[in-house]
Design a protein. Structure first.
Length: 255
């Protein structure tokens, strides 16, 4: 567990997790929640950042180079957490492969926000749904953000609604870059940009998830499809299931 001024931070009673929600990737949101729920050892509270629920505080119009509905609204996480405690933001196009309690255990009060500090240039010019692949310093740092909410009061709804994309995604709203802490890259492993890593704790389908035909065979795709299967699982009454099996031959003959 991280230490701040010599004192260890106590385990939170639950983990607050905010996930971007986009109408083009609805299945991605639900599968990510499933992958978190089945691995996390501390209760989790999920909040979908859906524009339909943010209308009273956020009215930023969508622009052409915005690839998801939550490109900017992710930065409302501290406000929605009442600027208290720690909260995690995640893009929806991810598959959690480890216990999120391990990630929260790395929180450190010396920092306002903690991220995986990628240093790469995207390989492709376009990504999912033919969106342009933008290139800028700190690319993908904001796709996993562990917020120390009390130190992120600059992120008001008014600021998030009007600040430029680079102001937000390059963390210019902080007083200094020294307030940005580092998380291991395994917690935001960029599929298609990085080589396959069996130790990746969170697979990020940043180019496009396996729910898009173009990326159906990407790394971790089979794991994602397995999680999707568990997401739609429902138990069956044994007697009802047996009755359906008995009726099946007759139904086949009738058809």
């Amino acid at each position: 567990m991280a230490e701040a001024e010599g004192e260890a931070l106590a385990d939170p009673p639950l983990l607050d997790v905010f996930i971007g929600y986009d109408g083009n990737e609805i299945v991605a949101y639900h599968v990510l929640c499933q992958s978190i729920a089945e691995r996390t050892s501390i209760p989790v509270r999920f909040t979908p950042l859906s524009l339909s629920s943010l209308g009273r505080i956020y009215g930023r119009p969508r622009v052409s180079d915005q690839s998801t509905d939550f490109t900017f609204s992710r930065f409302l996480t501290p406000f929605l957490s009442s600027y208290a405690g720690w909260s995690l933001f995640l893009d929806c196009d991810m598959l959690m492969r480890a216990d999120l309690a391990e990630l929260f255990a790395m929180r450190d009060d010396r920092y306002a926000v903690m991220v995986c500090k990628h240093d790469y240039t995207p390989k492709d010019e376009v990504k999912f749904l033919n969106h342009k692949q933008t290139r800028y310093a700190k690319k993908n740092w904001s796709s996993v953000m562990l917020f120390n909410n009390a130190r992120c009061r600059a992120l008001t709804p008014a600021f998030v609604s009007t600040a430029s994309g680079l102001e937000l995604h390059q963390f210019r709203w902080l007083e200094s870059e020294g307030l940005i802490g580092s998380l291991p890259l395994e917690w935001n492993w960029l599929v298609g940009e990085y080589d396959y890593n069996c130790g990746a704790k969170n697979a990020h389908f940043t180019l496009g998830g396996p729910y898009f035909p173009e990326y159906a065979d990407c790394d971790y795709a089979e794991e994602w499809r397995s999680a999707r299967g568990r997401t739609t699982f429902a138990g069956q009454n044994p007697k009802s299931a047996a009755a359906r099996l008995e009726a099946a031959p007759a139904l086949r003959r009738a058809s």
